[in-house]
Design a protein around this ligand. Structure first.
Ligand code: C2E
Ligand code: CA
Ligand code: CA
Ligand code: CA
Length: 279
């Protein structure tokens, strides 16, 4: 009936306006999140598959808001990209992560690698490379210890625009990882012609490759492509021993996921590393 339809309409428009309100709220609150000290970083260990040695960490941003509660990056990073706030946010993450990791491991031999997620919007910022290199010098961390994780979203831009940007970052010393590999625009010709050092198999394949043959085939193919191209292959979202053992048998180089460790505060990470090293 007409009355029902009107009810539906009100219901939906109510939902939509709630979503819009939340989004606007997040946009506004994000402007002050850094100065109000609401943002923090967690670090998720990455293990070398052959001996399960902790060889690196990925920095993941967290936002604790006094009234909105915990807001996850899947929600606010895209909002920051739309408003341009991602530039400041990204540099905050980069500097904080460099400082934390630099303070953590001083010894050259067991210096761990730091992976930082970089938005395609940041990558296109003029002088992005020199700016983050400056931060490295400032903090005293070797850019060779840092991997920039890029998503396949960078390929919405033309290859002839993206390629020189990536080459420049490699020249400065940064390693380059293609995150969420297999989910987006990537093609063989891309990964072959870009100066990448690593590919990360997306979690959506890892969480079902033991059950679903197509995913298993894809995981094996990605590992083989990585090997042939001389790239490190990292599997993310590894949650079980069975998944780990299979990945190891396929020749995957590095693993990351709840089976080994959740994203940790810097304090907990530091304790974890101390335990590993005393073993
Ligand atoms: P991502 O880069 O693909 O990061 C991996 C996500 O998987 C993280 O979610 C991590 O907490 C989660 N994860 C790790 N291991 C497991 C596992 O074993 N099982 C399951 N179910 N999940 C696991 P998180 O921290 O919520 O981050 C979501 C996304 O937000 C990231 O996806 C990344 O794209 C983005 N992001 C996070 N921090 C930053 C940042 O500082 N800058 C930018 N530009 N993006 C960020
Ligand atoms: Ca990532
Ligand atoms: Ca990923
Ligand atoms: Ca992801």
């Amino acid at each position: 009936s007409k009355a029902d339809k009107k009810g539906d309409f009100l219901f939906y428009s109510n939902c939509i306006s709630k979503q819009i309100k939340r989004k606007m709220n997040i946009q506004n609150e994000l402007l002050h999140a850094i100065e109000k000290d609401q943002l923090s970083l967690h670090y998720q260990p990455q293990m070398r598959a052959i001996d399960k040695k902790l060889v690196g960490v990925e920095a993941l941003i967290r936002w604790k808001h006094p009234t909105l509660g915990d807001i996850f990056p899947d929600e606010f990073v895209s909002i920051a990209e739309e408003t341009g706030g991602i530039h400041e946010l990204g540099l905050f993450v980069f500097r904080r992560a460099c400082e934390d990791i630099c303070a953590l491991s001083s010894n050259e031999e067991d210096a761990i690698n730091l992976s930082v997620n970089i938005s395609p919007v940041q990558l296109l910022e003029p002088d992005f490379g020199p700016i983050i290199l400056d931060i490295c010098h400032d903090v005293g961390i070797d850019p060779k210890r840092i991997t920039l994780e890029l998503t396949e979203n960078i390929f919405i831009h033309r290859l002839d625009v993206v390629k020189p940007l990536l080459s420049k970052l490699r020249e400065l010393g940064f390693a380059l990882s293609l995150d969420d590999f297999g989910t987006g625009y990537s093609s063989l010709s891309y990964i072959n012609s870009l100066p990448l050092t690593e590919i990360k198999i997306d979690r959506s394949f890892i969480n079902k490759f033991l059950e679903i043959y197509q995913s298993d085939m894809l995981v094996r193919m990605i590992i083989e492509i990585g090997r042939l191209c001389g790239l490190l292959v990292v599997a993310e979202g590894v949650e079980t021993k069975e998944q780990f053992q299979k990945l190891l048998s396929y020749g995957c180089n590095r693993v990351q996921g709840y089976y080994f460790a959740r994203p940790l505060t810097i304090e907990t990470l530091s304790e974890t590393i101390a335990i590993f090293q005393s073993e």
